[in-house]
Design a protein around this ligand. Sequence first.
Ligand code: EPS
Length: 398
Amino acid sequence: MLRFTTAGESHGQALVSILEGMPAGVPLLAADVDAELARRQQGYGRGRRMQIERDAAELLSGVRAGETLGSPIAMLIRNRDWTTWQEIMDPAPHDADAEGAPRKRALTRVRPGHADLAGILKYDRDDARDILERASARETTARVAAGAVARKLLSELGVTIGSHLVHLGGIDARRPDAMPWPINPVADASPLRTLDPEAEARMVTRIDAAKRAGDTLGGVCEVVADGLPVGLGSHVSWDRKLDGRLGAAMMSIPAVKGVEIGLGFGTARVPGSEVHDEIALEPGRPLTGNVRRATNRAGGLEGGITTGEPLVIRVAMKPISTLMRPLETIDVAAGGSPAKAAAERSDVTAVPAMGVIAEAMAALVLADAMLEKFGGDSLTEIQRNLHGYLSHVSSRLG
Ligand code: EPS
């Protein structure tokens, strides 16, 4: 239904995002995309690059007079840093590129944990810059741009997505007694996008200590989507199960190592009576088909199908693999002799940004699932289909 692809190197001229399959008539301004891009640039612990960039999308196609046309939406996001990397990243060859000449900013002391080594072996390159420029999480800018468009469709269909940071580098954030909704205005006001100010103060101290030690930190964000109707995804085939589709999308985010839905790994540790959510009739809840689950340990999915309860996904990110106090590795330019890994400008942590990227990936999967179930060529057609379905579903019970 919805397809997207991105292009662009971290220090190349620009990033490109192409989103295909959006219906016509969805309100969309460049400012809507820019607002999401700005959220991705935030977060205590980011490196200097985020002070250089002011990510902004140029809408090249698929939008006219503030509305989508149904045609592919192409977006361009220029890299400001390109001006300082122009010679190094130039698509045209330079004299310095002659056989045997050392390349400027070549990376040969491959970083443990990055794509450097596996990438140069697979693609038969001598300079790991040929790999890292694309492996860089800078690429997620283009995903967030596509996700911003998907969010606009979802918002017209009553779906809101938010996220917050629940763990950083060994410190858990406490859940507030009442979760704010929407989450993002509250989370975005915090430098770490967490809802626990006390934990946040300790996390900031830990980030400062990691920075002094030349180290990096990972963490966990929770994404919540509200307003989804029962019935997205399907139990009938492995590749239609929505949990599988969400899991794949989350695991594709750079440095993400784990995904949980609802109680997640916790479900393996307790009996079924403490896992499954009891069901009772509750009229006036068309999204769930007029029922309520006493708890939402399933995180809004049963059998690969949305239940109409909030979708809850937790995403774990490993620490960034560029360490200012580098780990032992080999120098591939020196026949593999032992060396300290390359240390170039990076972030101490980017977990708050990862939450924003996970929201974007969730938006893309959920918009796709909405189009699959209620598909049409225009927003009004999809809205008619959704409303017809909801009135039928809620007439069955309650
Ligand atoms: C990133 C841009 C990068 C890094 C980070 C994410 O900027 P630069 O490499 O110029 O400092 O801050 O990339 C990585 C963590 C990585 O491993 O490459 C961004 O736009 O998010």
